[in-house]
Design a binder for this molecule. Structure first.
Ligand code: SF4
Ligand code: SF4
Length: 453
C-alpha cells in the first residue's frame, strides 16, 4: 500500500512504525474472511482492510478522528484473527493500538461514553475497587433490563456479566515452595480482574506447579498489566501499569531468579509479551521490558515442558476447548492446552469456527454489547455442536462471557489439569460428575494425539 506521510510526520517513531505496517498491506482482503465483525455486519469498513484504510487516512491527514473512524475502530475486537490470516504479515495489532491512542487524544466522545470509559478505566484495573463495584452490581443486577430499556445498554451489559456471588479477598501474594526437590522457579502474574474473579485459577496453577517440583512466587507489587486501559487508547495509564509490573518482576529476576513469568490470563499474556515494543522508546525501561517480555509464557506453554503426573482420579469428561483469541491469534499458542488436557485424561473436542471471537475482548462486551451478544450466541451454538460436559478457556474474559450464555460449566484448562493430577475437583463440576456413572469412559478423541510426557 502506498502512503503519503511527510518526512516531518515520519520523524515520529510511532508514525514511522505504522507507515511500515501500512506498506505491508497488499489490499488482498483475505483477512475479511476471518474477521468476526465483517462476518456479522458485512460492511467493508467493519473488516480489517477497511479499518486499515480508515486508519491510514486519519494518520496521514494528522487530523482529529472523525465519527466514522471512531465507529468502525470501536467495533474492532482486537481479536487479531486478521493477523493469523494475513499472508503479508501486516501487524494489525500495533496499527490499531496506535489508532486508539490517536482517537483518545483527538476525539471528544459523547458525555455518557466518556463517563463509562472513565468508570471502567478507574475501577476494573484495581481489584479492591472492582470487588466493591461487583457487590453493588449484585444488588443492581435485576435492574439490567431497565437500564437497557432507557438506552444504557453498556450499564445493562455490565450488570448482566457481573457474577451472582463474589468471593472474599483471598491473599495469594507470597512464595509457594515446590513439593519435593525443586526443579524450577517461576513468577506468576495474578492480574486485576482475574484476582477478583479467577482466584480458583491462581490456586490451581500454584498447586499444579508445586506438585511438579516448581516453586512459584506471586510478587505482591504486581496487579494490572495495563492491558485493559491499553485497549482503550489510554497510553500513559497503560505504560504506568506496565512499568510497575516490570519493576515487580525485575526484583525477582535480579533476586533469586526465575525461569519464566507465567500468565493464566491470555489477554494479559499478549500485552506482557509486547512490553518490549510498548516501552521501546523509554530509555529507563526498554531493556527491562524486553527481558520481562522474553520470559513471559502462557501457563500451558510452561506446563507442556513438564512431565505431568495424572492420578486417574478425575472423571474423563468431554471438554470443548475454546481457544481464546489472545492465545491463538495474539500468542499463537494453539497446541499446548489441548495436548495437556488430553494427556490429563480428558476427551478434548475442537469446536466449529474456533477462530471466531466469543465477544469478550477485554471490555468490548460492555462497550459494544449488541455485537458481543451476537458473537456469544454464535460461539455457544458452535460449542453445543460437540456436546461437551465442560468448556475450557484460558482467559478469564472468555470464561465470564461464555458462562453468561450457557449452563455448561466453563473453567480454565489449568483447573482441569490440577484436578487430574491430584488437586480438588473444580466446584462447578460437582453436579455433572455426581450424575456421571463411575465407570463412564469418554469417547476417544479422534483429532488429538496425546503428547508424550
Ligand atoms: S482484530 Fe478482529 S475484529 Fe478487529 S479487524 Fe482484525 S479480525 Fe476484525
Ligand atoms: S490480508 Fe493482510 S495484506 Fe490482505 S488486506 Fe488484509 S491486512 Fe492487507
Amino acid at each position: 500500500m502506498q502512503t503519503t506521510f511527510t518526512l516531518a510526520q515520519l520523524a515520529d517513531p510511532q508514525i514511522a512504525e505504522s507507515e511500515k505496517i501500512l506498506r505491508a498491506c497488499v489490499h488482498c482482503g483475505f483477512c475479511n474472511a476471518t474477521c468476526p465483525t465483517y462476518q456479522l455486519i458485512g460492511d467493508e469498513l467493519d473488516g480489517p482492510r477497511g479499518r486499515i484504510y480508515l486508519i491510514k487516512d486519519m494518520l496521514e491527514r494528522d487530523k482529529p478522528a472523525t465519527d466514522d473512524v471512531v465507529k468502525h475502530v470501536d467495533r474492532c475486537l482486537s481479536c487479531l484473527a486478521c493477523m493469523t490470516t494475513c499472508p503479508s504479515g501486516v501487524h494489525y495489532m500495533h496499527l490499531v493500538d496506535h489508532a486508539r491512542v490517536h482517537i483518545e487524544k483527538t476525539y471528544r466522545r459523547p458525555a455518557i461514553d466518556r463517563w463509562l470509559r472513565t468508570l471502567l478505566a478507574k475501577v476494573m484495573p484495581y481489584p479492591t475497587r472492582f470487588r466493591a463495584a461487583l457487590f453493588f452490581a449484585m444488588f443492581a443486577k435485576p435492574f439490567a433490563p431497565l437500564f437497557a430499556a432507557i438506552g444504557l445498554k453498556p450499564v445493562a451489559a455490565m450488570l448482566e456479566l457481573a457474577p451472582k456471588n463474589v468471593a472474599s479477598r483471598d491473599t495469594v501474594f507470597r512464595v509457594y515452595p515446590a513439593e519435593g526437590p525443586r526443579a524450577g522457579r517461576v513468577a506468576l502474574l495474578v492480574g486485576c480482574v482475574n484476582d477478583v474473579l479467577g482466584s480458583s485459577i491462581t490456586h490451581s496453577t500454584v498447586r499444579v506447579l508445586a506438585r511438579h517440583g516448581i516453586e512459584v512466587v506471586v510478587p505482591p507489587e504486581t496487579g494490572c498489566c495495563g492491558s485493559l486501559v491499553h485497549h482503550m487508547g489510554r497510553e500513559q495509564e497503560a505504560l504506568a501499569f506496565a512499568r510497575k509490573t516490570i519493576d515487580a518482576f525485575m526484583r525477582e529476576i535480579d533476586g533469586e531468579g526465575v525461569d519464566a513469568i507465567l500468565i493464566t490470563i491470555s489477554g494479559c499474556g499478549t500485552t506482557v509479551k509486547d512490553y518490549g515494543f510498548m516501552l521501546r522508546g523509554d530509555a529507563a525501561y526498554a531493556e527491562k521490558a524486553k527481558r520481562v517480555a522474553g520470559l513471559a509464557r502462557d501457563v500451558t506453554e510452561y506446563l507442556a515442558r513438564l512431565r505431568l503426573k495424572p492420578t486417574g482420579e478425575a472423571a474423563p469428561l468431554v471438554v470443548a476447548y475454546h481457544p481464546a483469541c489472545s492465545l491463538q491469534h495474539g500468542q499463537r499458542v494453539t497446541r499446548e492446552p489441548k495436548e495437556l488436557l488430553s494427556k490429563a485424561g480428558f476427551a478434548v473436542k475442537d469446536i466449529p469456527e474456533a477462530h471466531l471471537c466469543c465477544g469478550s475482548a477485554g471490555i468490548y462486551n460492555m462497550l459494544q454489547p449488541d455485537i458481543a451478544k451476537r458473537l456469544r450466541a454464535r460461539k455457544v451454538e458452535n460449542i453445543g455442536k460437540v456436546e461437551p460436559e465442560v468448556i475450557a478457556a484460558g482467559n478469564i474474559g472468555c470464561i465470564t462471557q461464555i458462562a453468561a450464555g450457557t449452563t455448561t460449566p466453563v473453567v480454565h484448562p489449568v483447573e482441569l489439569i490440577d484436578w487430574a493430577t491430584g488437586g480438588p475437583m473444580p466446584d462447578l463440576l460437582q453436579e455433572i460428575v455426581a450424575a456421571k456413572p463411575r465407570n463412564a469412559v469418554a469417547p476417544a478423541d479422534e483429532e488429538l494425539t496425546p503428547a508424550q510426557g
